[in-house]
Write a protein that binds this ligand. Sequence first.
Ligand SMILES: *Cc1c(COP(=O)(O)O)cnc(C)c1O
Length: 388
Amino acid sequence: MIKTIQKNRIALSVPHMSGNEMKYIQEAFNSNWIAPLGSNVDAFEKEMAGFVGANGAVAVNSGTAAIHLALILLNVKKGDTVFCSSLTFVASANPILYEGAEPVFIDSEPETWNMSPNALERAFQEACENNQLPKAVIIVNLFGQSAKMDELALICKRYGVPIIEDSAESLGSAYKGKASGTFGEFGIFSFNGNKIITTSGGGMLVSDNVEALEKARFLITQAKDKAPYYQHSEKGYNYRLSNISAGIGRAQLEVLNSRIAARRNVYQLYEQELGNVPGITFMPELENTFSNRWLTALMIDERVRGVTVRELITALEEENIEARHVWKPMHMQPLFDGCKYYKHNENDNISEQLFRSGLCLPSSSSLTVEEQMRVIVSIWNNSKILLR
Ligand SMILES: *Cc1c(COP(=O)(O)O)cnc(C)c1O
């Protein structure tokens, strides 16, 4: 085994500034709009809505807040149920709990790793029989890959239940030419530090329903009534994005397309060097879809490769390389003990398989080819069976 000497850290996904951020931050300073609201916030909302082709957008201080708002706007209440992809980050499902509603988790299917139309249909059939249709369906686009939107949307439409598209990881991706985030009643994005673009922390709610977005603006600024004093008749939130953060977002949005190109190149090189290795399968890109390839993800068949995902992550860590498991499915989380879960089909539990064998590789848009080759060589060296 070749031991590489300790080198600089290669992280999973790091912020990548364009250099233009300070210009917008300076504008905020010059006008002294160091606050939520302000010209950067207004412009960032318009620019995001324009980018994805939605009627409007509301900037908030996290992607989680955007999901919470979407649930509130869809009138999710205590005792309601909400369907949600199981293979996702906990932020997709936590807001369901905020409203005292109950999540029902839906498995993935193998072609996109995202929500299985089969499982969704079965969940709806049972819900219908029990007279307990969900108030909403949260569909996640994992690592930039679009879910099978046509199939999923058709089912939701048949039962008359609105979709919230969790596009936190898929900004700039498209399904059959239509932008990620525009398939549901609401779409949400995240600008957390590890996402494809960042505002250091922030999120966006997008929709064609401008009335609902107006309501969202009211709710996220403490639900202040139109009155000459501070009067409140509804429960409000402090979810507004700051004008400084929005300034960072504007500069980041300007370079989004080049960040996507860079992440897709990162994927290409991994695929080129590891794609033919027996026992390694990359996350597919569904036909007629375009993935931003936020994270390159693959499956390791431990029977072929002679190494488990956990062992490989540990071995990479010893070489100062950060790789991670794919998300641990929500139905396997202690937090959601007892929640319903619908498998892809009787024999296949896809999200559990993906959790057991899935690996996310360093995928920053600023990753150099040299750094990436270090990751690739390390994977070669740490798979027990001789590769080429
Ligand atoms: C990051 C992420 C979120 C939440 O975004 P925050 O801005 O961190 O609150 C929601 N869903 C998914 C799938 C994510 O990856």
